[in-house]
Design a protein around this ligand. Structure first.
Ligand SMILES: Cc1ncc(COP(=O)(O)O)c(C=O)c1O
Length: 449
């Protein structure tokens, strides 16, 4: 891969200096005065970045397994995306896609439609974020069905606006202080094979979770003929990089078909090649009615999209939904180039290097009993930490490993109760995956031995 091979391979002899360095510390102090509290996980202050590497303001180098929360599909500052941005920025940047036409927006939408199942019969509404893509999706589902209720899943994350937050059920603190939320939202159980809900077994988890919707939810609190949509992450992201048990997504598709319900897949974190296929729902060979996308889609530019069956979007009247920045010329020019790269090379690289990284992480599981599970697809991989004696989630250990890895020049993020996620740029080279695993192992050893 061009971009990956341009990066330097560092041996683990290289370690950052004491962190935070003086320049980083001064900026962290300034930030505290003017930025609303965010919950930063460690004091990384970025100066510049290239490919899968980031340098902080004190000159320390880090290997980036976060890609800015699963965003930078082509890595940092990819020359092809820079060229696309440079070519567009001198022509025009923004002209409001809601009110005017522009070619970069149409190019990006055409490419997105071509990358959907069947390659036709879909339409796109561009947004600026994943949250807004989810909002557009649930508004469209309500509009076309004339029904009010939406079902989401425990441990899911869909964003923090009132509509999307009402479906988010990842961490109680994300909802605390914000009630009442959107009426008409319900939650069901995700078929997590590692931690099966409802006292079921891994073998029965799909059947139990689908049965809960049909036999409990629909029979007691939520009549199916009043449900507009079921929204599901094909792999739960913020909830812990959980791949659902086989048959779960297919079962949801069948429930939706039986009751005239729209199936929305939230591909904000899992989509755009990250799992080795364009969309994670393709692994179960289902086709949803509406897809919410963002993160990787913009290649680092803030872009989201709702992609829906044309038969649905055509029902919206002009003015039913809109925004100012959707279809932003500069952002869409970069997104189009990114999508070409995803189709041509990044998806395949995510599958190949993802399998390699998974095997290396599995190797660590054999070494450290504190690793309870390694799971995921492509370059969306999670490592769940446990207390080996009880099997309980070990959240503090996961946090400690993440923090220690930072001091060892490796950028990681946690998710769920006790999982460390690997969501690097899709250009990752095997040598970089090996370096990441080596630094990760050193951090686990430092926190456990
Ligand atoms: C699956 C999923 N949906 C929606 C969102 C919200 O996206 P954004 O933060 O771009 O609004 C996220 C963000 O992490 C996500 O992971």
């Amino acid at each position: 891969m061009a971009a990956a091979s341009e990066t330097t391979t560092y041996t683990v002899d290289y370690m950052p200096a004491d962190l935070p360095g003086p320049k980083a510390k001064a900026l962290v102090d300034r930030d505290a005065l003017v930025m609303a509290p965010m919950g930063r996980v460690y004091p990384l202050v970025v100066d510049h970045a290239q490919g899968c590497e980031v340098w902080d303001v004190d000159g320390n180098r880090f290997l980036d397994m976060t890609a800015g929360i699963a965003v930078l599909a082509a890595g940092h500052c990819h020359p092809r995306l820079i060229r696309a941005a440079q070519a567009q920025i001198t022509r025009f940047t923004h002209m409001a896609g809601t009110d005017f036409y522009n070619e970069p927006m149409i190019n990006a939408a055409e490419k997105l439609v071509a990358l959907m199942p069947g390659g036709a019969g879909w339409q796109v509404f561009f947004t600026n974020s994943g949250t807004e893509a989810v909002e557009a999706s649930i508004k469209l589902a309500r509009y076309v069905t004339g029904r009010q209720n939406i079902i989401g899943f425990y441990s899911s994350f869909h964003g923090r606006s009132y509509g999307s937050l009402s479906l988010t059920a990842s961490k109680a603190r994300q909802r605390r202080g914000f009630f009442p939320l959107l009426p008409g939202t319900f939650h069901a159980f995700y078929a997590n094979p590692y931690r099966p809900p409802l006292n079921t077994s891994p073998a029965m988890v799909t059947e139990t979770c689908l049965g809960f919707i049909e036999h409990t939810l629909f029979q007691t609190t939520c009549p199916p003929d009043e449900v507009a949509a079921i929204i599901v992450e094909p792999i739960q992201g913020e909830g812990g990089y959980v791949v659902p048990a086989p048959g779960f997504l297919r079962g949801l598709r069948e429930i939706c078909d039986r009751h005239g319900i729209m199936l929305i897949t939230d591909e904000v974190q899992s989509g755009v090649g990250r799992t080795g296929k364009m969309w994670a729902f393709e692994h179960e060979e289902i086709v949803p009615d509406i897809v919410a996308s963002a993160k990787g889609l913009g290649g680092g530019m803030p872009l989201g999209a709702m992609i829906a069956r044309e038969s649905l979007t055509r029902q919206w009247q002009p003015g039913s939904h809109g925004n100012t920045y959707g279809g932003h010329g500069l952002t869409c020019a970069v997104a189009h180039e990114l999508l070409v790269m995803v189709e041509d090379e990044l998806m395949a690289n995510a599958a190949t290097v993802g399998a390699h990284l998974m095997a290396q992480l599995e190797g660590l599981r054999a070494r450290f009993p504190q690793i309870g599970a390694v799971r995921g697809r492509g370059l969306m991989l999670g490592v769940e930490f446990i207390d080996p004696a009880s099997g309980q989630a070990a959240g503090k250990l996961a946090d400690a490993v993440m923090e220690d890895a930072f001091h060892k020049g490796l950028l990681l993020l946690t998710c769920g109760a006790s999982t460390i996620r690997f969501c690097p740029p899709l250009i990752l080279a095997e040598s970089q995956a090996d370096e990441a695993v080596e630094r990760f192992a050193m951090a686990i050893a430092a926190c456990t031995l």
